[in-house]
Design a protein around this ligand. Structure first.
Ligand code: VGL
Ligand code: ZN
Length: 206
């Protein structure tokens, strides 16, 4: 666990997608996803500043296999911005699956950032959509608030946590992924690739 002294005014904890659909019984359940909830609650108490993200798709989102006749979840398609993995329908706006996990207790969280709301573009990263050009506004928000170091925890380690960490680094923040408070999906070696990429980019796992 981090020491309180490690979490000064320049530090922010980014809690990624701790939503019902990514936990057991959800529509895109990350194995043992709900295990992170009590640990994140505890971790968040050590941070003065916390930002949450929420995957938030309109029905018929282009990342859903159901939007592509003949396609099944976990197959891929080529979209305008490149290869997209197709997912089961998940985190549809204003459904129970899209709600933050009921036992998440972070009353002092300062921002809930929603992403993935453009029907044609998926958004794994909290900073950029999957076309790598459309901003979510988070980098500007964090800079305006003068944060320098971003700690990242949540779901899924090898998708939204991974791409948020990479983009945070590219945006010039110091980044640390709190790995014991993440869980992964692991599709076709995605966990391994994530660890490799973190090492190459110098993203710390703490
Ligand atoms: C996520 C796949 C699709 C995630 C979101 O939160 O990691 N993964 N949408
Ligand atoms: Zn999604």
């Amino acid at each position: 666990m981090l020491e309180k002294s490690a979490t000064g005014g320049k530090d922010v904890l980014l809690v990624v997608d701790v939503q019902n659909d990514f936990c057991s019984g959800g529509r895109l359940a990350v194995p043992r996803g709900e295990e992170v909830v009590p640990v994140i609650n505890e971790l968040a108490r050590q941070f003065e500043h916390v930002v949450l993200t929420q995957d938030w798709h309109p029905a018929g989102h282009h990342s859903f296999a159901s939007s592509h006749p003949g396609k099944k979840p976990y197959e891929t398609v080529e979209l305008a911005y490149g290869t997209q993995i197709l997912w089961p329908d998940h985190c549809i706006q204003d459904t129970d699956g899209a709600r933050l996990h009921g036992e998440l207790r972070i009353p002092h969280a300062e921002l809930v950032l929603r992403k993935g709301y453009h029907r044609e573009i998926d958004s794994y990263s909290a900073f950029y959509e999957n076309d790598h050009t459309t901003h979510t506004g988070l980098a500007g928000y964090l800079r305006e608030r003068a944060f320098e170091r971003v700690y990242i925890a949540g779901l899924a380690f090898d998708f939204c946590v991974r791409f948020s960490a990479e983009d945070a680094k590219r945006e010039g923040f110091e980044v640390a992924v709190v790995e014991n408070v993440c869980r992964g999906i692991d599709i076709e070696g995605s966990l391994r690739v994530t660890r490799q990429t973190f090492e190459t980019l110098g993203i710390r796992c703490v």
